[in-house]
Design a protein around this ligand. Structure first.
Ligand code: 5GP
Ligand code: ZN
Length: 113
């Protein structure tokens, strides 16, 4: 398995892990774009948002739930934060294992670049 994020899940390469359960893993982004920038991923390898199957829906919901729980723990849930999932080249996806970016601790503009 060549997938970078599967290697983090399997502890083949280090990840700065902040949360883990049976279905999801959360770890600090290597190149943070905000004071807090955490990636939340399913443990199941899913390459892109287009590859989500109906049987994955509970796990996908858990990504969002985990993001909110971490935002509360970090103390920026009420002031607000940004979650982003990029899909394929035009969407800016560079790692082909789906991941939710959780960014907080600064103000974000809209529309995203
Ligand atoms: P994408 O562009 O696919 O939406 O986001 C990929 C993210 O993964 C980027 O924010 C990038 O900084 C992060 N990233 C790439 N390689 C690594 C790595 O080896 N470890 C960690 N923790 N993050 C990574
Ligand atoms: Zn993977």
């Amino acid at each position: 398995m060549e997938c970078l994020f599967c290697k983090i899940i399997n502890r083949e390469i280090p990840g700065d892990i902040v949360y883990e359960d049976d279905e999801v893993l959360a770890f600090n982004d290597l190149n943070p774009q905000a004071p807090t920038h955490i990636l939340i991923i399913p443990k199941k390898h899913i390459a892109t948002l287009n590859d989500i199957e109906e049987s994955d829906l509970a796990t996908i919901g858990r990504l969002q739930y985990t993001a909110a729980q971490i935002a509360k723990e970090k103390g920026f849930a009420d002031e607000g934060y940004r979650v982003v999932m990029n899909c394929n080249d035009m969407g800016g996806q560079t790692v082909y294992h789906i991941h939710m970016h959780l960014m907080g601790g600064r103000e974000f503009t809209w529309p995203a670049g």
